[in-house]
Write a protein that binds this ligand. Structure first.
Ligand SMILES: C/C1=C2N=C(/C=C3N=C(/C(C)=C4\N[C@@](C)([C@@H]5N=C1[C@](C)(CCC(=O)O)[C@H]5CC(=O)O)[C@@](C)(CC(=O)O)[C@@H]4CCC(=O)O)[C@@](C)(CC(=O)O)[C@@H]\3CCC(=O)O)C(C)(C)[C@@H]/2CCC(=O)O
Length: 209
């Protein structure tokens, strides 16, 4: 017997979002934040994620405004940059991932750091007013925070800092939220990842569902 399953993509999305809205506790989020949270839960397949999600006040509004004005999106990993739906971007925003640049391995060696962290040195010309999307590497988020300790380093418009894992993820995100150098969004603790980060970017890039 062939399996029977939903084959209409739009119906699958409708059913998913209805399930999330019925089951998740979204009461503490503003309308601007709620749409982002729903997409993050959707990407993770995890109702309950919402209790780990933290926004600094006004982050969703600031990120949306920056995207409308054409802010570039700086991504720590190609899994993040490839996941961003170009058709959703309001101003044909540039999506930049410098991890694969040929200079990065040598830079990482000279910095005695990971390639993910070293790649951020190539963000400097693009950082002013940008949206930062870190979904994989805790070392990238720590290095960004260190770069921004220098008051002369250009400031991003908003930081989506959701690296995942067991070494440095919770710590880097706690450091981000303890003293945010820009409006910020995170998932506290070990949870996070490229898919959740991409979902946040895609939601911020578009208001309508
Ligand atoms: C220690 C690293 C971690 N990676 C994690 C999870 C995933 N990483 C995947 C892939 C394909 C990539 N990870 C790299 C970024 C690579 N991962 C690391 C590093 C060694 C150090 C980063 C850090 O600790 O901050 C990092 C290499 C580096 O020198 O920076 C990647 C570049 C490795 C590579 O292929 O060369 C690559 C990114 C490719 C891209 O551009 O997209 C996974 C898919 C794992 C897999 O292949 O099995 C997975 C994806 C998770 C996600 O949602 O993004 C952790 C868990 C984040 C881990 C850091 C924390 C820890 O607890 O270990």
């Amino acid at each position: 017997m062939p399996h029977t399953y939903e084959t209409d993509g739009a119906a699958i999305y409708r059913q998913s979002f209805a399930t999330i809205r019925a089951e998740a506790d979204l009461a503490r989020f503003t309308p601007d934040e709620e749409q982002v949270v729903v997409r993050m839960i959707h990407a993770a397949g995890m109702v309950g994620l919402e209790s780990h999600i933290r926004f600094t006040p006004g982050m969703a509004i600031a990120a949306r405004a920056a995207l409308q004005k054409g802010a570039p999106i700086l991504c720590d990993a190609r899994m993040v940059s490839e996941g961003i739906t170009r058709a959703r971007l309001p101003a044909a925003n540039a999506v930049i991932c410098t991890l694969g640049d040929e200079t990065v391995p040598a830079l990482a060696q000279s910095m005695r750091n990971t390639r993910s962290a070293a790649a951020l040195e190539l963000w400097r010309p693009h950082l002013a007013g940008a949206i930062v999307a870190i979904g994989n590497a805790p070392t990238a988020l720590f290095h960004l925070l260190n770069m921004l300790e220098d008051r002369d380093c250009p400031r991003p418009a908003a930081i989506i800092g959701c690296p995942v894992g067991f070494v440095g993820a919770a710590e880097s995100k706690a450091a981000l939220m303890a003293d945010p150098p820009a409006p910020a969004l995170t998932v506290a603790g070990r949870l996070g990842g490229s898919a959740i980060t991409v979902a946040a970017v895609n939601a911020l890039a578009s208001r309508s569902e």
